[in-house]
Ligand binder design. Structure first.
Ligand code: ANZ
Ligand code: ZN
Length: 824
């Protein structure tokens, strides 16, 4: 019979579902927790999903066969903007849209034969999930880690609505194209900055994470050591404080720059000729994004304020500017500019003709002090710096800070790039923030027993004006839990990154009604042993999850203080060299591939075409090739049905050369596949050695008379072939396993151990001499005959060099030891 993948795959998926084959429980076995980043339920899975989940499934199935108790769950990151957009566009309720998408996608995932324990499925938009997200908010609030502060949001003046960053296209509203402005709102934050040092220091612990992800996290946290220094301003009663990482360069500070938004700016220029221009510049900066202002190739622009500061060490007057490249929310929002040693300052100084004074020079090298061509940013020797001259600049750094501290004009200081986490969203489809505002009592957290604060279902979506929660009287109006008087609910919902910061805990106990999870269960399953997902989450999702786990650890809820032991970031799926995307029109749909070739081929292809961390180039021929391979496996096993009822054991003594050859290939393959999966996730090379094994089995069965010894050798090869292939292509291997006459599931088999003896070839080394001198050593089968020894010796390339053109007079063979050729 032909390989009817469609029938086979459906049959086994049904069987697995019936048997609840992938249900997981806590046992006394060693656990292994494999997790793939859960998807947003957009409605359809794409090839990136297929790749991500196939990788996870191989790991899960492999670990299970290695004897671990494996947790492998799946769920939905189900709150977020697209559902609301669908509501506005198509008038379908976000809840309905989301749940329908989840149903569709669950079916698509089930068609891939992934070994998920669906009993543990979570959806972040379900009441029994977001109840606990709210509960965690309350914990953070209790700990002083959730607070409110004013900050600005994107605001479309025409739709009168808040816009998410992704709704702002080239500075205009996605929907009506009106230029987007800013609006100040009171918003909720999580104080992740309290954890900056721990999040940074513990990166060291993440031994199983890719180096590049660790570097990205470090840079994002962005710890800088330096100093804060106060500069007097001429004819102004306040001092200007700057943050610098280079106090050693202070003698070269030739001007100052304030962020345009700096609170001093308006006072400095009040009622002067500079005022109007400066006010206009500030307005312009408000409209420019931080990224556009600070990118390395953005032109530096600024304005003189007409004011001067005094450099506290040189005592010289230096002009004060405002400029685009200094940001209000880093350091103190003001800098001392040192053009001789800083790229940005140099560019600015050249443009506005400001003095460049070098204060550090390279050791043992003279420089033209009058004509600096580019800033010198390395270490060196102090010059132009009075009593610090001649010192190494690192040494000068601490001496200058010490001096500033003694003079009370500065102090050591540390700064972080990391900002507190803004979690407020002026949206409907998210977890409501469980807070009530009372005129008498102020901010009152919703009592635990009143959770969840339910999202009202009956709402209207216009895309304009306030969020649907804001206009829902029934939701907004409530009573104060403290005093019982009339009060109003918070109408912001939480950033969906909050939902995904703890879902891996919920899987350990997803049906718990009394707690987010049982501590003993979390204790058993956490950490996640292997986390797998896209590198686009290398910063925010992973950092927020790490933060959450540390907070939960501190309040005694989490046994661990890091969530993910090992991290694998898979590459993208490309077609014609570009990322598959709707906009490029180069999407290959998984459904179509499954329809035409089956899920086993789809899985095999995405695993075979590239190592997981690399980008994968889509190839129709590659898919065809995998499909042909599975057909070949199918035929091989089906052709041999007559051998499987023979239950003879393999007796090593009765094996001939070809039996040994096949066993050599088989056991070397077991060894290679095991190591490729376990140590390196090199699924591609694992699969290619399985393909070679299949070739060898074909050769063997075609060339041999199948007596009972040979049947046993073949059976061994085929059983192991199916087990090795089963994590990659689970349906066909299950089918063939049954065709070989077994009642059990191939997926319940233990992973094979290779037979060490079989992987050692029975070989000896023979010395070859020409005229009594050793010219080569050749490796031959230990059973080799005298004639074959002579033949092999004469065929040696090295030996040929010495006998070419000569007459062979005599060949002396000492069995299993030596061949001596006499040539003249
Ligand atoms: C003088 C100086 C001399 C600086 C020099 C650098 C090199 P990181 O490492 O990123 O922390 N800076 C400080 N606050 C700033 C702000 N709000 N916006 C833009 N730039 C700011 O960088 C710290 C350095 O960035 C500080 O050290 C300051 O410039 C600048 F040869 O001070 B430096
Ligand atoms: Zn009250």
């Amino acid at each position: 019979m032909a390989y009817n993948f469609s029938k086979i795959e459906k049959k086994w998926e049904q069987k697995w579902e019936q048997d609840d084959s992938f249900a997981t429980y806590e046992t006394d076995k060693q656990k292994y927790y494999v997790l793939e980043m859960f998807p947003y339920p957009s409605g359809k899975i794409h090839m990136g999903h297929v790749r991500n989940y196939s990788i996870g499934d191989v790991v899960a199935r492999f670990k299970k066969m290695r004897g671990f108790n494996v947790l492998h769950p799946m769920g939905w990151d189900a709150f977020g903007l697209p559902a609301e957009n669908a509501a506005i566009k198509h008038g379908i309720h976000p809840n309905k849209w989301t749940l329908e998408n989840i149903d569709d996608m669950r079916n698509q995932l089930k068609r891939l034969g992934l070994s998920y324990d669906w009993n543990r499925e979570v959806a972040t938009c379900s009441e029994d999930y977001y109840k606990w997200t709210q509960w965690f908010f309350l914990k953070l609030y209790e700990k002083g880690l959730a607070y409110k502060k004013k900050s600005s949001v994107n605001w479309c003046p025409s739709c009168e609505t808040v816009l998410a960053n992704e709704q702002v296209v080239n500075g205009a509203c996605e929907r009506c194209d009106t230029p987007v402005g800013k609006k100040e709102l009171d918003q909720w934050y999580f104080k992740i900055t309290d954890y900056a040092d721990r999040l940074l220091d513990d990166i060291e612990k993440l031994k199983g994470w890719p180096e590049k992800v660790k570097i990205m996290q470090k840079n994002w946290i962005g710890k800088s050591k330096g100093a804060e220094i106060d500069f007097e301003i001429k004819d102004f009663d306040k001092k200007l404080r700057v943050f610098t990482t280079r106090p050693d360069t202070i003698y070269g500070a030739t001007y100052m720059v304030l962020a345009p938004e700096h609170p001093y700016v308006l006072d400095l220029v009040k009622e002067t000729e500079y005022e109007e221009e400066i006010i206009n510049f500030r307005k312009e900066m408000e409209r420019t994004s931080e990224i556009d202002r600070t990118s390395a190739n953005a032109e530096k622009v600024g304005l003189f304020t007409g004011r001067y500061a005094i450099n506290p060490l040189t005592k010289k007057e230096i002009p004060i500017y405002i400029a685009n490249y200094v940001l209000i929310d880093y350091g103190t929002g003001a800098i001392m500019a040192v053009p001789a040693h800083d790229e940005r300052d140099f560019e600015f100084a050249k443009k506005y003709d400001l003095p460049v004074i070098p204060v550090i020079k390279p050791e043992n090298e003279e420089i033209d002090l009058e004509n600096i061509k580019k800033p010198y940013t390395d270490n060196g020797v102090m010059i132009n710096s009075d009593k610090f001259n001649g010192l190494n600049n690192e040494e000068a750094k601490s001496k200058i800070v010490k001096y500033l501290e003694e003079e009370k004009i500065g102090k050591e200081s540390i700064n972080y790039k990391l900002r507190d986490w803004l979690i407020s969203r002026q949206r409907y489809w998210g977890t409501p923030i469980p807070i009530i505002y009372c005129d008498e009592c102020g901010i009152v957290p919703v009592p635990e027993e009143d959770l969840p604060v339910l999202l009202p279902k009956d709402v209207e979506f216009t895309g304009k004006g306030k969020s649907p929660l804001d206009t829902n009287e029934e939701f907004v109006n409530t009573t104060c839990p403290k005093c019982g008087k009339k009060a109003k609910r918070e109408t912001d919902t939480m950033d969906t990154f909050v939902d995904s910061s703890w879902y891996f805990f919920r899987y350990t106990d997803s049906n718990n009604d009394n707690m987010p999870f049982d501590k003993n269960k979390a204790n058993y399953w956490m950490k996640v042993d292997q986390y797998i997902g896209g590198v686009e989450h290398a910063i925010l999702h992973l950092l927020y999850s790490r933060f959450f786990v540390k907070v939960l650890h501190d309040v005694g809820l989490s046994p661990v203080d890091e969530p993910f032991e090992n991290l694998l970031t898979q590459g993208m799926v490309l077609k014609d060299g570009a990322k598959m995307s709707k906009s490029k029109g180069n999407v290959v749909s998984p459904e179509e591939i499954i329809q035409n070739y089956g899920a086993d081929t789809a899985r095999l292809f995405v695993l075979f075409a590239a190592p997981p961390e690399r980008d994968l180039e889509w190839s129709d021929q590659g898919v065809e090739g995998c499909y042909r391979f599975l057909n070949r496996v199918y035929r091989l096993v089906e052709d041999l049905t007559f051998i499987y009822d023979d239950n003879s054991e393999i007796k090593v003594d009765s094996l001939d050369k070809s039996d040994k050859e096949l066993r050599y290939v088989l056991h070397s393959t077991i060894k290679k596949v095991t190591e490729d999966i376990e140590e390196r996730f090199n699924f591609n090379t694992a699969i290619s050695s399985i393909m070679e094994l299949v070739n060898e089995i074909y050769k063997y069965k075609d060339n041999e008379e199948l007596n009972s010894v040979k049947k046993a050798v073949l059976s061994e090869a085929i059983d192991n072939l199916l087990i090795l292939l089963s994590p990659f292509s689970p349906h066909i291997t299950e089918e063939l396993w049954h065709i070989t006459g077994k009642d059990s599931s191939v997926h319940d088999e233990s992973w094979p151990e290779y037979d060490k003896n079989a992987t050692v070839k029975d070989e000896i080394t023979v010395v070859v001499q020409v005229n009594g001198k050793v010219r080569d050593r050749i490796v031959v089968d230990s059973g080799i005959s005298k004639e074959d020894m002579e033949k092999e010796a004469l065929a040696s390339e090295k030996v040929k060099n010495y006998i070419d053109g000569k007459d062979i007079k005599k060949v002396i063979v000492v069995p299993k030891k030596l061949v001596n050729i006499v040539a003249k």
